[in-house]
Design a protein. Structure first.
Length: 288
């Protein structure tokens, strides 16, 4: 697990910050899953590499992941570390394949017409990670699958709002074109990093959509599964506060600094989560 753990430790990801709530075996399993996600995402985002090369590399990762799922010997170190996790928790290749399809969408698509198409992307790159994660966390109630889908979409929409500038600098506009038209702005304005009243309206509509999925996740998670989903609930709490911070700043995301929670804010949330789950006060504190 050395390479996977090193990738998780090196990352400033909100996801990696929640692993410490898990027992060691599950923490290592999540680190291996995270390392795979990080590797394939980095391939898609590496604009120094030709598009055809990135497609080829992702195809090679898919083939190698298929080997891992088929109990053959993977070629890539991260997949070799992921293989026992796949076997222990019976992680299906179909979920990994859907995740890779989502990553590949970033090679082909830089605009989304409406929420339906955007949410397919969110499902593939985020909800599917949730569906894999809950297998590692462990659960009995199948409603946890719906919870993972809803929460994944909420988190990814929050990411999209936070990353508008970084995505625009890559030529990507994830805000739905239908919403841009509705409020009287354009993808070209986003690419020019124009902060305007119409942009605030668009961002507000995306935030409302994210709130909808946070609320669905909150309402769907069975009370009996809240302890099993401790890491996911901490993630929900972190991103919920990030969304509220974006709203307080009126979605002014075009500056050079990414909107994020400070290390002290994250630590406080982690400590609060540990106290809440230790004391039995496990009611969700997001989507309210």
């Amino acid at each position: 697990m050395q390479e996977s753990l090193a990738i998780a430790r090196k990352s400033a990801s909100n996801l990696a910050a929640t692993f410490w709530l898990l027992p060691r075996a599950k923490r290592e399993g999540m680190s291996a899953l995270y390392a795979f996600c990080r590797k394939v995402d980095d391939i898609a985002d590496d604009e120094s590499a030709p598009m055809d090369l990135r497609r080829k590399e992702l195809s090679e990762w898919r083939a190698d992941l298929r080997r891992a799922c088929a109990a053959e010997t993977p070629l890539f170190p991260v997949n070799r570390e992921l293989q026992p996790v796949i076997q222990r928790y019976k992680l299906p290749f179909e979920h990994f394949d859907a995740l890779l399809q989502g990553v590949e969408m970033d090679l082909e698509i830089n605009r989304y017409e409406d929420y339906e198409r955007l949410e397919l992307y969110c499902y593939r790159v985020a909800s599917v990670v949730g569906l894999l994660s809950i297998e590692i966390f462990g659960y009995r109630d199948p409603a946890c699958c719906d919870y993972a889908v809803y929460l994944g979409k909420a988190l990814q929409l929050t990411n999209i709002l936070r990353d508008v500038r970084a995505d625009a600098e890559r030529g990507r506009v994830y805000l739905p074109l239908s919403q841009l038209r509705r409020f009287g702005t354009s993808p070209e304005a986003i690419l020019r990093l124009e902060y305007s009243p119409p942009f605030i309206e668009v961002a507000g509509s995306v935030a409302d959509r994210a709130r909808h999925f946070y609320r669905l996740a909150r309402e769907t998670l069975p009370a009996s599964e809240r302890r099993n989903m401790a890491s996911a609930e901490l993630m929900a709490s972190v991103y919920w506060r990030l969304l509220k911070k974006l709203e307080r700043r009126r979605f002014d995301v075009f500056g050079p600094k990414l909107t994020r929670l400070s290390k002290s804010q994250k630590l406080l949330l982690v400590l609060r989560a540990a106290w809440r789950f230790a004391s039995g006060a496990m009611a969700p504190n997001y989507g309210i």
